[in-house]
Design a protein around this ligand. Structure first.
Ligand code: DX5
Ligand code: ZN
Length: 217
């Protein structure tokens, strides 16, 4: 399977959001990546339900909602109602992660676990059979436009080895500092979904950049 591409709307122009959503609709992108930040779990605040609902009303591809918020359990149903199709929660925010993932799936969404760069992928061993996907952060969460952390390749390879036994259908998503230059190596290491924000929206031809990330060779 060729990897999927998920442009992160965090780097879109919110004054012309409809235009950027249309661009993604018509591009080779597979998902909309939607970053929710609360100013508590991460040192930045992005947007909430009303914006996500408006994105949903125009989006022709599924919404992959990445929660960077404390206590996400309190809001799982609200994100479903706002239009999330995929919903991921940080390992670091869920004391009852197994329950959270079951709840996300019960609500009819794909359930994902996100891991910060400092946390070992071995931590995910017992939750792996239950997750639809794992999002490996390749920067510290909170901001677009940060530098890719090179140690991510080994983390992807380690998670890829783990999933063979525990959940071969698991998808591995990588988020932060992804561009058309590192896309090929990331896919070869085992990444199934590449998130890209600034590389796409700050380029002169965003749709072409999406194609280059999708077909990096
Ligand atoms: C960072 C977010 C990312 C962000 C990626 O905390 O989770 O999704 O938008 O932005 P780039 O691709 O610019 O690193
Ligand atoms: Zn993200």
């Amino acid at each position: 399977m060729r990897h999927l591409v998920a442009p992160s709307l965090l780097s879109a122009n919110f004054l012309c959001l409809e235009k950027d959503i249309d661009m993604v609709n018509q591009s080779e992108a597979d998902l909309f990546h939607v970053d929710v930040m609360d100013g508590h779990f991460v040192p930045n605040i992005s947007f909430g339900f009303s914006i996500i609902k408006q994105i949903k009303s125009l989006a022709k591809k599924p919404l992959d909602v990445h929660l960077m918020i404390s206590n996400p359990d309190q809001y799982l149903e609200d994100f479903k109602d706002a239009g999330a199709d995929w919903l991921s929660v940080h390992y670091e925010t869920c004391p009852h992660l197994h329950r959270s993932i079951q709840q996300i799936k019960k609500l009819g969404m794909k359930g994902g676990v996100v891991l910060n760069p400092h946390n070992n992928v071995e931590l995910l061993k017992d939750i792996l059979p239950d997750a639809d996907f794992v999002l490996l952060m390749s920067v510290n969460p909170g901001f677009g436009g940060q530098h890719f952390i090179e140690g991510t390749y080994e983390r992807i390879r380690a998670l890829h080895r783990m999933k063979q036994d525990l959940n071969p259908g698991l998808l591995i998503e990588v988020d932060g500092g992804v561009d058309h230059v590192n896309a090929k190596a990331l896919a070869e290491a085992g990444a199934d979904i590449l998130v890209a924000g600034s590389a796409v929206f700050h380029s002169t031809d965003p749709a072409q950049t999406i194609s280059r990330i999708k077909h990096p060779d």
